[in-house]
Design a protein around this ligand. Structure first.
Ligand code: PEP
Ligand code: MG
Length: 909
């Protein structure tokens, strides 16, 4: 076999605004390498470097270490020389040292799964060069100790040996901290850092039997091979297997010059966004710190300054800082380093146009020279996502289809939650203001620790600052409030990603974790006190504030209009009340796909009549009770039909196990006995009689209508009379009567007969008629199998995927929570099949049911009304199954409309 380097390029260089590769070469250069090449090629100043291809990784597994080094030697030496000339520094030189980073980079991002070594190239001589060059002894020695620690762990295998073991380097640091009675790494003196370096080297020698490598080239080869090895590390293998990535993809290795923002007053580092990640507004913004490292900006320990003058002025206003004070202590980058700012602004424009999306960029200024370290599509709130997509469309950067695909359906959920009622806001007592880090309205009780976020139903996690360990608590809380940190602090970035309301950097807050007290302007707020956050203005409000329902407006409405242009499958709503129907209609539902009539009987005056009906021993007794229920049902249907004027409304006949309605408490049983003039014992007997071993498979669905046809009669009469009443008022209705839980065609035929006969009877009585359909739910596997038979009589099918999932898996809907979480944790199931449709298994039943139904009746109307009707991937499946509609809860209608349009766009592509 020919050697790899003779047949193709194995090392790709980038830097100095040129590159050998580009962003399309992800398979060969890995995602990171391809993007670095792309950025460099379009003229963005990325720290120079080179990428060793993924193919070399595969070769390495075959050839081993020595042969691989031999193969790479010449190209890597040449590439290092190239970096040296661009950076005007020398690798391994003790006077003008060049330090490098070595990172993995597979074709897909595998966060934290593989290894990285930073500050490579340091040894006892070089560190001295770094001290002289930077005039910063502390920085140089801190870099050195970090390097030994990283290299020791990644390359020399000095990691904790078991879960209970601690990192040997951390252990040394902990001892020193104890000895010196300090808590933080930042409290180490230069001498401490020097001691650490020597102690680290000692432990390396003790553990590995070898000295820590001092030759930078030996360090480099060690790191490159370690990155290759990490592709076959346990973590990476687990991640690959979980995601189905093949082992022969391999990882690329990216070697890049290190740049430092902590080299004095003309150095700095920051993060910037090409648009506002909270609101989507098209304004360049960001934060930076002079003489700092990347972590310093996001850690929230120092107050970051704003990149733009406008941002800085806005920030100062919120923080109540005078203009003179702002200019002196917190100038913007625009004011402090105008030419660097102009350069940065130009690159943000280039990068946004190039990637055609909002970018989140990291930059470093090293001694007056700007470097762009990384760019990626920025995380954003739901509101910003919608506005940015619509703006990019209007600016001509993307087309309509792309605009639709840019919206993450589930993220729309954020726009569908309540907002503060503006009238209530006027009277609100604003106690302080912070940065509007993530918009939204949150009202809750104060908790100070992430693991207490569950303590009340609604909590506001109130912290000095947050850290990655707080993630779960942040997710549970209704809102997040921090005293420190800017718009790019951990809290802000994470909250925006979660779409959670967050106010950061509210400097007026004094938080005492020990006492669990928040003090603002001398007033104390304790754990459990109510506060409200307005994430859009940064206002912190005392007590609760009333909220109101959101509506479709602005760009959100425009996106929804766009969905109608592309979607071919309609979206209906599951709604049992006129209120739900109104919400559904305001969100653009094309009709109602499921009205669960049993939900209409839970109100106090109705449940009594319902109970009488259930407990009746004779048809006469039952009919008497049904007679009482009829007017109530009729008026319910009238109200819903009226809201949905002109649109189809599917009303499902009574479905639930009857015992759900019978009284189980003695007091209610007594009341019922009195009402019905029967003995308590008789009521008790009947309750016992109705008890079922397996109610989900018991006397429910059409089994009720088939055993007690008078229920079907009453419901049909109520539907038809309601429609006729509205017709008299000039209101058009399109009722669709749906028979639940059919398993055999005869079950349907029997019910259909009762429905048609009753309807005809009413038509005759009223001397008038309306159009209506009679169809069935397909929610029992046998119904899907027998669909061609059932379709002979049914006007439509609606897949009840809640029951279909229950019965296909044999998982009780009521008991699955006992084992599903364990199944998911163990990977036996990837997701909860009651949330995300099991396309592989249950999906077959749906496809087969649809096909067989349409074999009999080509224009059979088919929809879905299980919970899956509002879940984007399931909606796409329904589109691909050529369904006519999905039906979901009212608040998910916009999500389903978008998912339906996206499915159509993707299918057409
Ligand atoms: C279903 O089974 O999917 C369905 C919509 O009906 P229900 O949830 O009421 O059983
Ligand atoms: Mg069902």
């Amino acid at each position: 076999m020919e050697a790899l380097q003779e047949v193709q390029t194995i090392v790709y260089q980038f830097g100095n605004k040129t590159a050998d590769g580009n962003s399309k070469m992800k398979n060969l250069l890995g995602g990171k390498g391809a993007n670095l090449a792309e950025m460099s090629a379009i003229g963005v100043p990325v720290p120079p470097g080179f990428t060793i291809t993924t193919e070399v990784c595969t070769e390495y597994n075959r050839l081993g270490k020595d042969a691989t080094i031999k193969m790479l030697e010449e190209d890597v030496a040449m590439s290092i020389t190239n970096i040296e000339s661009i950076m005007d520094a020398k690798f391994g030189d003790s006077e003008n040292p060049l330090l490098i980073s070595v990172r993995s980079g597979a074709r897909v991002s595998m966060p934290g799964m593989m290894d990285t070594v930073l500050n490579l190239g340091l040894n006892d001589e070089v560190v001295q060069g770094l001290v002289d060059k930077t005039n910063n002894e502390r920085f140089a020695w801190d870099s050195y100790r970090r390097f030994i620690q990283m290299y020791g762990g990644v390359v020399l295998g000095m990691k904790p040996e078991s879960k209970d073991d601690i990192d040997p380097f951390e252990e040394i640091m902990e001892h020193l901290k104890e000895k010196r009675d300090i808590q933080l790494d930042t409290q180490f003196t230069v001498q401490d850092l020097k001691d650490l370096v020597y102690d680290f080297k000692d432990i390396v020698k003790k553990r590995t039997g070898h000295d820590f490598p001092t030759d930078p080239w030996e360090q480099l080869w060690g790191a490159v091979m370690a990155v290759f090895d990490s592709w076959n590390g346990d973590r990476a293998i687990y991640y690959r297997t979980m995601n189905g990535y093949p082992a022969d993809w391999g990882t690329a290795v990216n070697v890049q010059a290190m740049v430092y923002g902590n080299m004095g007053e003309n150095s700095g580092t920051g993060v910037c966004f090409t648009r506002d990640a909270g609101t989507g507004e098209n304004v360049f913004n960001g934060e930076y710190l002079i003489d700092a490292q990347g972590e310093d900006v996001v850690a929230g320990v120092r107050t970051p300054q704003q990149v733009t003058k406008l941002g800085s002025e806005r920030w100062a206003k919120l923080a109540k800082i005078e203009e003179a004070d702002r200019l002196e202590n917190y100038p913007s980058l625009e004011e402090l380093m105008p030419s660097i700012y102009e350069e940065l602004k130009q690159y943000q424009d280039v990068l946004e146009k190039h990637y055609r999306d909002m970018q989140d960029m990291e930059f470093t200024i090293q001694e007056g020279k700007l470097w762009i370290l990384q760019t990626r599509n920025g995380k954003r709130t739901g509101a910003a996502m919608v506005k940015i997509a619509m703006d990019l469309l209007k600016e001509g950067l993307i087309d309509e289809q792309e605009c639709l695909l840019r919206i993450e359906p589930n993220k729309l959920d954020e726009l569908l939650h309540p907002i503060f009622d503006p009238r209530a806001l006027k009277m609100a007592n604003v106690i302080a203001q912070g940065l509007p880090a993530s918009p939204g309205a949150a009202t809750g009780q104060i908790v100070f620790f992430a693991d207490e976020a569950r303590m009340y139903k609604n909590t506001i996690l109130t912290r000095i600052e947050t850290s990655p360990e707080d993630l779960e608590g942040m997710n549970l809380a209704k809102g997040i409030l921090t005293a420190r940190g800017g718009m790019t602090s951990h809290a802000a970035v994470v909250a925006r990603g979660m779409g959670k309301c967050c106010i950061s950097g509210a400097g007026a807050l004094k938080i005492d974790y020990k006492k669990r007290v928040l003090t603002v302007d001398g007033k104390e707020y304790h754990q459990g006190d109510w506060i409200s956050l307005n994430g859009s203005t940064g206002n912190i409000i005392e007590g609760k504030v009333a909220t109101m329902e959101p509506e479709l407006s602005g760009e959100f409405a425009q996106i929804m209009t766009l969905t109608d242009r592309y979607a071919t499958m309609e979206v209906r709503a599951n709604a049992d009340t006129p209120k739900d129907a109104k919400i559904a209609r305001s969100f653009g539902a094309n009709g109602i796909g499921l009205t669960r009539t049993e939900h209409m009987f839970f109100e106090i005056d109705r449940i009594r009549a319902m109970r009488e009906m259930i407990l009746a021993d004779t048809v006469k007794g039952r009919k008497h009770a049904l007679q009482e229920l009829l007017p109530m049902q009729r008026s319910d249907f009238e109200a819903i039909f009226e809201v949905m004027e002109g649109l189809p409304v599917t009303v499902r006949l009574l479905d639930p196990p009857l015992h759900e309605f019978v009284p189980h408490q003695l007091a209610t049983q007594k009341e019922l006995a009195e009402d019905m003039h029967i003995s308590l014992a008789a009521v008790k007997n009947k309750v016992a009689e109705l008890e079922e071993f397996n109610p989900m498979l018991g006397h429910r669905g059409c089994r009720l209508g088939n055993t007690y046809p008078e229920i079907t009669e009453m419901q049909t009469r109520a539907i038809i009379e309601a429609a006729l009443n509205l017709k008299e008022k000039g209101i058009t209705t399109k009722p669709e009567i749906m028979v639940p839980l059919v398993g055999t065609s005869n079950e349907f035929i029997e019910q259909e007969k009762v429905i048609r006969e009753t309807a005809n009877k009413v038509f005759k009585e009223r001397n008038d008629s309306i159009e209506y359909l009679v169809g069935t739910m397909i929610e029992i596997p046998r119904a899907a199998l027998m669909a061609s038979e059932i379709a002979k009589r049914a006007d439509f099918f609606s897949f009840g995927t809640n029951d279909l999932t229950q019965m296909a898996f044999g998982y009780s809907r009521d008991d699955a929570s006992k084992f599903l979480p364990v199944y998911i944790e163990k990977g036996i199931l990837k997701v909860d099949p009651f949330e995300v449709l099991d396309q592989e298994g249950v999906g077959q039943l749906i496809q087969m049911g649809t096909e067989r139904g349409r074999d009999t009746k080509p224009d059979l109307k088919v929809g879905i009304c299980g919970e899956h009707g509002g879940e984007p991937s399931s909606v796409e499946f329904c589109h691909n199954t050529a369904m006519n509609y999905v039906s979901c809860s009212p608040f998910r209608v916009p999500i389903a409309r978008l998912a339906s349009a996206q499915a159509a766009v993707r299918a057409a592509r």
